[in-house]
Ligand binder design. Structure first.
Ligand SMILES: Cc1cc2nc3c(=O)[nH]c(=O)nc-3n(C[C@H](O)[C@H](O)[C@H](O)COP(=O)(O)O)c2cc1C
Length: 183
């Protein structure tokens, strides 16, 4: 194991490398600003926060072009991508004036765009924002969800991957016990 002390003189890539050891799904988070502009970005900072009330969270880089739009709109939609949607992830991670050009979408809660054929969607109202260093943390109250079956897109060690269930892993029924049936 490589050990690094984060004392200010460290290489910033080291923290990224360590964080990259924690695989995540990939989402596109969208909103419609009060002036009607559609904004969206690829984000893997999405996480569950609370079941009751239903809350989720994610963080947005302070330098992001869409920061103001997300703060002013007061709502957002989380679109969880499928393994075959790496092209959509790339599109929304690349700055451009209109990331939605030529892409079908529907209006969700507050007008936040919902992308077609994704694995799951969470339509949220912004409950609070929290300063988080070079990012702004958004906490969302979930108003509507939708989900299907299929393979998620995974981001691991800086690469897009797919998931493979462990053949000799714990039985689903064991995990259901731990998560009280909600896992
Ligand atoms: C897999 C992946 C995950 C990302 N996660 C985040 C994230 O959680 N928060 C964030 O601010 N940017 C994240 N980014 C970077 C943004 O998608 C990218 O900087 C985007 O262009 C920002 O939107 P903007 O063009 O509106 O500034 C991620 C990029 C990738 C490829």
């Amino acid at each position: 194991m490589k050990q690094v002390v984060l004392d200010g003189s460290h290489d910033p890539r080291e923290l990224r490398n360590a964080l990259g050891r924690f695989p995540t799904g990939v989402t596109v988070i969208t909103t419609r600003t009060p002036s009607g502009k559609l904004e969206g970005l690829t984000a893997n900072s999405f996480a569950a926060l609370s079941l009751d009330p239903p809350l989720v969270l994610w963080s947005l880089g302070r330098k992001s072009a869409s920061l103001r739009g997300f703060v002013e709109s007061g709502h957002f939609a989380i679109n969880v991508l499928r393994s075959r949607q790496a092209d959509i992830s790339h599109r929304f991670a690349t700055p451009r004036e209109n990331k939605f050009e030529g892409l079908a979408h529907a209006a969700g809660f507050g007008g936040s765009p919902l992308l077609p054929d994704v694995l799951a969607t969470f339509e949220c109202e912004t409950a609070s924002t929290v300063e988080g260093g070079d990012h702004l943390l958004f906490v969302g109250r979930v108003h509507r969800i939708a989900y299907g079956d299929g393979e998620p897109l995974i981001f691991n060690a800086g690469r897009y991957c797919t998931s493979l269930p462990l053949r000799d892993g714990f039985a689903r029924s064991d995990l259901d016990g731990i998560w009280d049936g909600l896992g």
